[in-house]
Design a protein around this ligand. Structure first.
Ligand code: HEC
Length: 128
């Protein structure tokens, strides 16, 4: 009885093979698509460094620097959106110095962040 059942199922098994091949091809193209996906903010996702910087920013900076783009209110910590653009942009060196050593009421992060963390933060701030 078992062998008869198996024999009857045989055609359906072979009929499923093209389906398996399609799934394999689909997952392979998905892997390729993910691997070669553009890693830019334009695609809605941030690239490696900026993504790491964003995580640090949300953990350590956003409590003070939560101003939205276009907020020019003179109160509170400065708006960091677009600080590396415009007529008087901050240089990466200046930003690194402020982040590591602090400035007035902004605390110094030189002892809690590595240089690579700071570079990642700057990569993230460049996307904003
Ligand atoms: C306790 C609040 C506070 C936190 C937390 C904080 N900042 Fe600041 N930040 C300030 C203040 C206040 C200033 C303005 C200092 C001044 O110019 O007197 C500032 C200035 C800056 C500037 C210079 C902006 C400019 O236009 O000159 C940068 C860059 C900056 N912060 C980045 C960061 C980053 C990155 C973090 C997180 C690692 C961070 N800050 C965390 C309060 C904060």
């Amino acid at each position: 009885m078992f062998s008869r059942k198996t024999r009857r199922m045989d055609p359906s098994i072979s009929a499923r093979r093209p389906c398996a091949a399609a799934i394999l091809a689909l997952s392979a193209s998905l892997v390729v698509a993910v691997y070669f996906a553009p890693s830019s903010a334009a695609a809605g996702t941030l690239g490696g460094r900026a993504r790491l910087g964003q995580a640090i920013f949300q953990q350590r900076c956003i409590t003070c620097h939560n101003k939205q783009p276009g907020d020019t209110s003179p109160f509170g910590p400065p708006n960091l959106n677009g600080i590396f653009r415009g007529p008087s942009p901050l240089t990466a060196k200046q930003a690194t110095n402020i982040i590591e050593n602090g400035k007035s009421t902004m605390p110094a992060f030189g002892s809690v962040l590595t240089r690579s963390d700071v570079d990642n933060l700057i990569a993230y701030l460049r996307t904003r």
